[in-house]
Ligand binder design. Sequence first.
Ligand SMILES: Nc1ncnc2c1ncn2[C@@H]1O[C@H](COP(=O)(O)OP(=O)(O)OP(=O)(O)O)[C@@H](O)[C@H]1O
Ligand SMILES: [Mg+2]
Length: 348
Amino acid sequence: MFGLGDKSVVGLDIGSSSVKVCELKKTRHGMLLTAGGIEPLAPDTVVDGAIMDANNVSEAIERLYQVNRIKNQRVATSVSGHSVICKKISVAPMSEQELAESIQWEAEQHVPFDISDVNLDYQVLKSSNPTAMDILLVAVKKDKIWNHTQAVIQAGKTPAVVDFDAFAVQNAYENSYGPAPSVCVGLLNLGASVLNINVVKNGESLFTRDVSIGGNQYTDAFQKELNLSFEEAEKIKLGKNVSGVDEETRRQLIQSVSEILLLEVRKTFDFFRSSPAGETIQRAYLSGGGARVEGLLNYLQQKLGIPVELLDPFRKIEWDSTRLNGTLLKENAPSMSVVMGLALRSFD
Ligand SMILES: Nc1ncnc2c1ncn2[C@@H]1O[C@H](COP(=O)(O)OP(=O)(O)OP(=O)(O)O)[C@@H](O)[C@H]1O
Ligand SMILES: [Mg+2]
């Protein structure tokens, strides 16, 4: 094995329904998954992407480390939601140094928060226009990063990388499928509380949007309409039997939430298409635990009128099934896209 410099990190995704961990090593043949696990979180531990109970989260991280016997304490983690602004901007051509000096000023024109309250990052994009430079600007509120990294630090880990969920999914997608040249692809990561949308082409992100909709919406619908507890409602969503609930009611409630979800995806795709650099999205990949909602993938495919595939972040990854819980990982593969994208940061 080789390729493990001091840049190596363990992927750690703190989602609102569970914490996920993955560790990768480079081998002569490709990538080997050396650790991978999921630890569920109680419902109010993480609400809308904000960690409300850091103790619960740090305990989950410690358990994952213990069970998976992970040694590397440096982690790559990620954030998403309203406190993250990700925008493509155009500036006059300038040197790297000039850009570094002026990015703060440029960001002030585009970020709706006080610039002293955010952490900024940026990437120069390939541009066909010789009179302008395209920059991908990312601004994350400092208190969001603090909220997130505090739980990681409390678990005794070092947050070496703080990424953006949508970019982590893109990283996993590109590793599994390669950046399809000239094909405009929509990546849809449907978590428990957030849908991360990222439109990518030729290895670059063209547009991102986070929508407050997720698997919890289905659970909410069952809870409200059928007067059930969260646990019972969650069971029905997963296709398990709950007495007094017939299949037709279940199907109709799933359908009503899927319709709302479709509207959001459509709205976003239409908005992107009508933007100055917009174009038609030709294919989509669905990930996140919400991708497992019965019939959702086919429904989106049919209504959007483009191929929609399930994103498999393990497609090009080998693992030793005697050491890892292969059944758990395979079953939860759609949920592992963010964490796999984070684990892959070791090799950027
Ligand atoms: N088999 C299944 N059928 C339907 N829904 C499922 C299934 N498995 C998982 N889910 C749902 O997927 C969601 C969890 O997905 P995921 O792990 O991607 O979210 P998360 O990362 O914890 O949340 P977020 O990123 O939104 O904070 C939950 O709402 C869960 O109920
Ligand atoms: Mg998530």
